[in-house]
Design a protein around this ligand. Structure first.
Ligand code: UDP
Length: 238
């Protein structure tokens, strides 16, 4: 079997990736499959920080029309990411890998607060570090968080799990003529307004020369396959 291409990565999971066909909440079978995949990657010796979204529960921008301010809505979204993180932490440990959640929103009775130093210590101890609470600030996304933490924690790449097998120039579910990229630069992704990540995330990736590997989480063992350089993916790199 091929050796891993990377030694230290951020894996970004959207909240929707945990939701399954219902499109909402947490599908336990999916969580178990993802946790098994991550535990297998740990057995390969790859250091993993996991950033989880919250879109399966709450997105701040969706509540601003319900009398809740955007910053408050975003806080609710960040809390949703904490719930998903705790689900994943427990599942990863059940599958035999040590894990620890750090939250960018302080909640000392729940988990430790994120700091770069603590996260690096935990990674070096061999734990999967689950990064909850996004950046801790409203108006950001967990995609931006993933790129930010990858840069801070000296990771070599962001592995962005999606429901499709890479980046397309149009939505492949709606447009049969959509063209798939094997590789493109973050600048091209920004110029072409490709919706795979928000522009802040792409800009940060470009400034920090952080590769983003976009792949489908739908296949079992997808994260391990990408780490071994075998999965079908689009590489977004300068
Ligand atoms: N969020 C935020 N700041 C952050 C990260 C996330 O305010 O740094 C909020 C925001 O409301 C966002 C929600 O948390 O919509 C869930 O995150 P995201 O939309 O990135 O989740 P995903 O789409 O990956 O499930």
């Amino acid at each position: 079997m091929a050796q891993p291409v990377y030694e230290r990565v951020v894996v970004k999971l959207s909240g929707e990736a945990l939701a399954g066909p219902a499109g909402f909440g947490v599908d336990q079978a999916i969580v178990e499959a993802i946790a098994a995949d991550i535990a297998a990657c740990r057995r390969l010796g790859v250091a993993i920080a996991l950033v989880v979204g919250g879109g399966n529960i709450f997105r701040g921008v969706e509540v601003s029309n319900r009398g809740v301010s955007r910053p408050t809505g975003d806080t609710m979204g960040m809390l949703a990411t904490v719930m998903n993180s705790l689900v994943l932490e427990a599942a990863i440990e059940r599958h035999g890998a040590a894990a620890a959640t750090l939250s960018a929103v302080p909640m000392p009775t729940v988990c430790d607060h994120f700091s770069r130093r603590r996260a690096i210590e935990l990674l070096n101890e061999g734990r999967v570090v689950v990064l909850a609470g996004g950046t801790g600030n409203p108006y950001f996304t967990t995609d931006t968080t993933a790129v930010l933490r990858a840069a801070e924690l000296d990771c070599e790449a962001v592995l962005k799990a999606t429901n499709v097998d890479g980046v397309y120039d149009a939505d492949p579910k709606r447009d049969k003529s959509a063209r798939r990229y094997d590789r493109l630069s973050p600048g091209e992704a920004l110029e072409r307004n490709l919706k795979i990540m928000d522009s802040t995330a792409f800009a940060l990736a470009r400034e920090n020369a952080m590769p983003i590997i976009v792949f489908s989480i739908r296949e079992p063992g997808a994260i391990e396959a990408v780490l071994r350089g075998q999965g079908r993916a689009t590489i977004v790199a300068g």
